[in-house]
Design a protein around this ligand. Structure first.
Ligand code: PLP
Length: 395
């Protein structure tokens, strides 16, 4: 398999991790020759309810046996899509009343940027340095890491960047701005939380200028930070919300959710203003609904403070410069890339799966399935600390 992977599958780095997976169960991934990893990243916040949760697998099997793909998105009534859409609107419980399901997070970003431009009649966009909203052209344009754009230009015109958490930059949002796109918690930047009511201040500036506020909840959604959606923990209400990753319970699914009048722009002049063949696939929707139901039924969010406390208490070491995050979404910050990468590799060999961040190089990601037990969390912390200790002692 590894040889075929090297031969046929496009790699995204010169040295891919190359782990071979045979099966996943709960918080564990299993490879050939008895290899086993405790998953400390959940496929980057995708498998919030663990690997192949029986409830999710059953929902997929049931829906797959009924129908897979009857019609392109938005024109036919498909049960799982309608039920899941209604559930998300109910859980959001705010002014966002219409959901458009996509295939991925990047496509949700694209749709949101389009409707913001059309609704406001404006062309400028504001986003944050170090932000990540996806890899397609529009999403890359509003991304905040210039290194990732090299060679892929020209990208979208009219995009400017502000510093996350810097109130003094908010005057760059003007009456020419169609939308500000911003993560609730900057994930790829190494888990940066908004501080001093920053998101409310962005909201206020948007209200003053008539710009729309697009919140990217793609990494933080579905219980990860202790509330179903992270925005609920920061008490902010956007005009458009982006969802993906855990939205599909492990299957590909994204969405943008908007106020009714904003979403309405795709219906006419011209009709079919944003279309997709596979977006909102009924099997993905059934899987997502089963995953959300599991989060609610098992009251996983109520367990988050105790689990967060374990991480905060256990992950202490002179090499760990900072541990920042919320719920089960943390960044472990070391002095250098070399140190972080060495820890990642030692942890991998010991059976703990973690990963770096795209927009900073001296950190490691912690985002295990929310279903992780306290005992498993202690095991993960043991493995992480012994990996950090090994690299520290070998300096
Ligand atoms: N927005 C955020 C905050 C993300 O973390 C990601 C993916 O990592 C995306 C958007 C893009 O989502 P996708 O990879 O599904 O296109």
């Amino acid at each position: 398999m590894k040889q075929l992977f090297d031969r046929y599958i496009a790699h995204t780095s010169e040295e891919p991790i190359g782990m071979e997976i045979e099966r996943g169960e709960g918080v564990y991934l299993y490879g050939p020759h008895g290899r086993k990893w405790l998953d400390f990243i959940s496929g980057i916040c995708v498998t919030n309810v663990g690997h192949s949760a029986p409830e999710v697998v059953r929902a997929i099997q049931t829906q797959a046996a009924l129908y897979l793909h009857p019609m392109v998105y938005g024109e036919a009534v498909m049960g799982p899509q309608v039920q899941y859409g209604a559930k998300i609107i109910e859980l959001l419980n705010n002014n966002l009343k219409k959901i458009y399901f996509t295939n991925s997070g990047a496509e949700a970003t694209e749709g949101a940027l389009k409707i913001a431009k059309k609704y406001t009649g404006r062309g400028e966009l504001v986003s944050c340095y170090n932000a990540y909203h996806g890899s397609t052209h529009g999403a890359l344009s509003v991304g905040g890491n210039p290194k990732k754009k090299v060679g892929y230009g020209p990208l979208l015109p009219g995009v400017s960047h502000i510093r996350f958490n810097q109130e003094e930059d908010l005057d760059q949002i003007t009456d020419q701005t169609a939308a500000v796109i911003i993560e609730v918690i900057q994930g790829t930047a190494g888990i940066i939380l908004p501080k001093d009511n920053y998101l409310q201040k962005v909201r206020q500036r948007c209200d003053e200028t008539g710009a729309l506020m697009i919140l990217d909840e793609i990494q933080t959604g579905f219980g990860r930070t202790g509330t179903m959606f992270a925005l609920q923990g920061f008490e902010v209400e956007p005009d458009i919300l982006l969802l993906a990753k855990s939205l599909g319970g492990g299957l590909p699914l994204g969405a943008f959710v908007a106020k009714e009048e904003i979403m309405a722009v795709i219906q006419k002049n011209p009709m079919f203003g944003h279309i997709t063949t596979f977006g909102g696939n009924p099997v993905s929707c059934a899987a997502g609904l089963a995953a959300v139901t599991k989060i609610l039924d098992e009251d996983l969010m109520a367990q988050m403070p105790a689990k967060e406390a374990i991480l905060r208490q256990r992950l202490r070491h002179p090499a760990i410069q900072e541990l920042r995050g919320k719920g089960l979404l943390f960044g472990l910050i070391f002095e250098t890339f070399e140190f972080a990468e060495a820890v990642r590799k030692v942890a991998y060999d010991k059976g703990l799966l973690t990963l770096g961040f795209i927009n900073i190089d001296n950190g490691l990601r912690i985002s295990p399935p929310l279903t992780i037990t306290e005992a498993e969390l202690h095991t993960a912390c043991d493995l992480m600390l012994s990996s950090v200790g090994e690299v520290w002692n070998s300096r």
